[in-house]
Design a protein. Structure first.
Length: 179
């Protein structure tokens, strides 16, 4: 996994799908990549997981957005359950998802709006690739997002195909099946 190590890295040409990200340079801020496009902060997630955002997410508390199938995602500001410092300044952004309007929201990861330096990104890159305590250091996970032409003529994500622990799975319209 590669996380860019400098602010001002041109994400559009390296990582992002052209149909979903505005052109320009993006400033990176943490492993979850809170970024700034113009003056509007967004989350460009680098998390390689099946519940990861498929589009940039504005840093707006509680704004639910459609993901895949019936899944929705949102960001909330709160404390971690084990966090001792309970001040407004200590609240974190918590990425949550749920798979249907009837299901409970699941907290997936949290991040703070902190500036990261090149040294921080180097440590993160080394740890994610070498630590036996990190699931992706020993387990391969591949995700291919499937696209189709949307109503406005733009490409949109309509599902995903995953290799998880040796099994190939496909998720179309919120239903996952083993292939």
């Amino acid at each position: 996994m590669h996380i860019p190590s400098a602010y001002g890295h041109d994400l559009k040409s390296k990582v992002c799908r052209k149909a979903t990200f505005p052109a320009g340079k993006y400033r990176l801020g943490s492993p979850a990549i809170p970024s700034t496009v113009a003056s509007d902060p967004i989350l460009c997630t680098w998390v390689s997981a099946v519940t990861a955002a498929t589009l940039p997410v504005p840093l707006i508390e509680g704004l639910a957005r459609h993901s895949l199938g019936a899944q929705e995602i949102r960001l909330v500001r709160d404390w971690m359950p084990t966090q001792r410092k309970r001040t407004e300044e200590a609240k974190l952004w918590i990425y949550q998802y749920h798979n249907s309007p009837e299901s409970a929201w699941n907290s997936f990861y949290a991040f703070a709006e902190l500036e990261f330096t090149q040294a921080d990104f180097e440590v993160i890159n080394w740890w994610t690739g070498h630590s036996p305590g990190f699931c992706h250091a020993l387990t391969m996970l591949l995700i291919k997002f499937l696209r189709r032409e949307g109503e406005n003529g733009q490409q949109e994500i309509c599902g995903k195909r995953m290799l998880v622990k040796g099994l190939v799975k496909e998720n179309l319209d919120g239903r996952t099946r083993v292939l």
